[in-house]
Ligand binder design. Sequence first.
Ligand SMILES: [Fe+2]
Length: 293
Amino acid sequence: MGPTLPTLLTGHALEGELHRITFRYTDISQSRRSLAQAAWALSRNGIIRLTGVVSPNLVLTLNHEINELLKSLKIYQTSGILPDNIANTYLNTQEKLMLAGYKKLVNADKAVINTRFSRPDGRSGSDAGMIDIFHPEKLSSELDKTIQNCTQITLIRKLISLSTLKKVQAKCHNLYINEGVQDTRGFHCDGRALKFKSFVFLTDVKELEDGPYCYVKGTHRNSSAWDHTCKFNSMNNIDPCEFTQLGKNNALAMLATAGDMVISSQSGAHRGHPQGPDGHRRVLVTMYSPKKH
Ligand SMILES: [Fe+2]
């Protein structure tokens, strides 16, 4: 027996499953009962979708600010001249890494602009072409303000804490900019410790070609998929975080409209679906982990 993949739901089956884990942001922000229902769904499934978290105007503002950044990056890549708005950052390119290692990136004192590229050993899952910006709120006071308004940390922290019965804190913001990224990592978890991410969609993700975030509900807990994966991986010398035994499960492509938010337990099986060559996706991510005393 080799690795087995989940069935990616489509059409009405997908719509029905998504509907069951979708809540309106206005409801959860105004009613304790709705907030508790969303927290319960998150605890049970490992994932929920909130609609209408960010207004279309604010999405437009943030996208405009990102466009300015991308323009500056292009100038730097083509001329070597460093425009002012990205001068005070760590720039990681294929030619030169200024900062490496996840821990260092999370604790960086300035924004880090990472351009992902193919691995030298040719291994897949490189996210080649993706731009991953750590701490985008440190780029400017305008971005700081926009990002605080988009991520709604106070309420989301409350929701996750309610769902896990543990106090959590927002640790880090990232901006993921994916255009035609085809070499994405397969289903995996980010370890089994408590860790959540919220994803604010800044573009519509309506098709598989757009590269939706995909998730296997319930795998954040000790399910049979996890037990079988542990056994299979240890026998075959595979990293325990690669979810290799998902054959009997369904995966959900978390389709979203710009302004929606997905909240996900990172100990469940997840991946970004490979994009089509013209796929286009922008997501603002916040990572939550247990509060240190
Ligand atoms: Fe991951």
